[in-house]
Write a protein that binds this ligand. Structure first.
Ligand SMILES: NC(=O)c1ccc[n+]([C@@H]2O[C@H](COP(=O)([O-])OP(=O)(O)OC[C@H]3O[C@@H](n4cnc5c(N)ncnc54)[C@H](O)[C@@H]3O)[C@@H](O)[C@H]2O)c1
Length: 369
């Protein structure tokens, strides 16, 4: 039987990603949309034909037919949603980051741990096909000193206005808005949490963040928004025991050893819903072609899901994984603790930038809460 899904917060990201992904998942069925924007939910109603739409999130949580709620409000509005989910015993998927402030962490951990609901934070990258291949390659070859370089550099001018205002004018750093993704990814890859963090750069958007992990692992994140969006935003390079693993843009992985190239794989991506399968050079050229063609109207809207090259960063898989967790009554990997650690790491990274010094990180207190 299909699991019924209710959405709370149906803005740009949910409309472009979670809603179409749930709609095409054979194990899931859209039951209801909730958003404060009535024009938006009317549009979604016409397109997806849910049983109802509402502006009252309480209706979603008290609906006995709903098995899973997907929440994609902004991170300053999470706690009331989490409380309702616990009160009504509804399984809840919340978008990243878990929260903005230190003050939220302890109550959130206690709330979720005191309940029996399944709860997952939307850090999708570990669920991407490319990262699913990289982790076993890394585990097989990891020995001695390991250095990891992660590039995540976009183009700030292309963001939706509300996001641009939050980051550029209100100085809500991308370290908490976006780089939490990479903290979570590195924690997942290394099966550990960082012990030290140091941030140099401009503090808000363009930074270099160094993380020291146990077992002689050092990671550097080049995080910025001063690049051209036509060029692929993300790339990972792992060096360990005289081996190098390169992951390009979720579309290509190579492992180089003293025997030459030992592993090479290309992953599908899509442009305007058409499937593509290319070497990275062609992916870059297609990205540049798309960037040249972006219209003033698209720039005004600030979301590009229809025409931009879309790589598989694990968004479909993470929701499907959460469905399985509920079905099999198992425990989700990307849990409230992982969400809390990513947010706390971001807050420490910002503090490190402010103070201009490396800072120790210790998350053991979270285990005891
Ligand atoms: N995982 C990813 O790759 C990824 C990518 C982009 C955004 N995100 C995350 O998704 C979240 C949403 O981002 P967005 O860009 O879609 O923002 P958005 O502002 O477009 O959407 C948020 C929506 O929540 C609605 N909302 C606010 N309060 C509500 C309430 N009380 N009840 C019902 N609806 C309410 C708003 O009306 C809005 O439509 C953020 O946490 C963001 O970080 C994740």
């Amino acid at each position: 039987m299909k699991m019924k899904v209710g959405f709370v917060g149906c803005g740009g990201f949910s409309t472009g990603t979670h809603i179409p992904n749930v709609a095409k998942n054979p194990g899931l069925e859209i039951r209801a949309f909730c958003d404060l924007n009535t024009a938006l939910i009317q549009k979604l109603k016409d397109e997806y034909h849910p049983v109802y739409v509402t502006t009252e999130m309480g209706k979603i949580f008290s609906d006995p037919e709903i098995d899973m709620v997907v929440c994609a409000t902004k991170p300053d509005f999470r706690m009331p949603i989490m409380k309702l989910a616990v009160k009504h015993n509804k399984h809840l998927f919340v978008e990243k980051p878990l929260c903005y402030t230190n003050d939220d962490i302890e109550p959130m951990l206690k709330l979720i741990r005191s309940s029996s609901i399944k709860f997952m934070v939307g850090f999708n990258r570990p669920y991407s096909p490319m990262m699913q291949d990289i982790k076993p390659l890394y585990k097989k070859h990891k020995k001695g000193n390991t250095t990891i370089v992660y590039r995540i550099v976009g183009e700030a001018r292309m963001w939706p206005k509300h996001h641009y205002d939050s980051i550029i004018h209100n100085k809500e750093s991308t370290i908490i808005h976006e780089i939490t993704h990479i903290f979570d990814l590195l924690n997942w890859l290394t099966d550990s949490f960082p012990q030290k963090v140091y941030t140099a750069g401009e503090g808000n958007t363009d930074n270099v963040i160094t993380l020291s992990y146990p077992d002689n692992i050092t990671a550097v994140i080049i995080a910025g928004d001063n690049s051209c969006a036509g060029y692929p935003k993300e790339r990972i390079e792992i060096n360990t025991d005289y081996n190098t693993i390169i992951g390009e843009n979720f579309t290509e992985v190579s492992l180089y050893t003293d025997n030459g190239e030992e592993f090479h794989k290309i992953y599908d991506y899509s442009i305007a819903r058409n499937k593509h399968h290319d070497e990275i050079r062609q992916v870059i050229l297609n990205g540049c072609e798309w960037r040249k063609s972006v219209t003033p109207d698209e720039l005004k809207y600030g979301y590009y899901y229809e025409r931009m090259p879309k790589v598989d960063k694990g968004h479909y898989n993470e929701i499907d994984y959460f469905r399985e967790v509920i079905l099999e009554d198992s425990y989700p990997d990307t849990d409230v603790l992982k969400g809390a650690v990513a947010s706390l790491t971001a807050l420490k990274a910002i503090e490190s930038w402010e103070k201009g010094v490396p800072l120790d990180t210790d998350f053991s207190f979270l285990e005891k809460l």
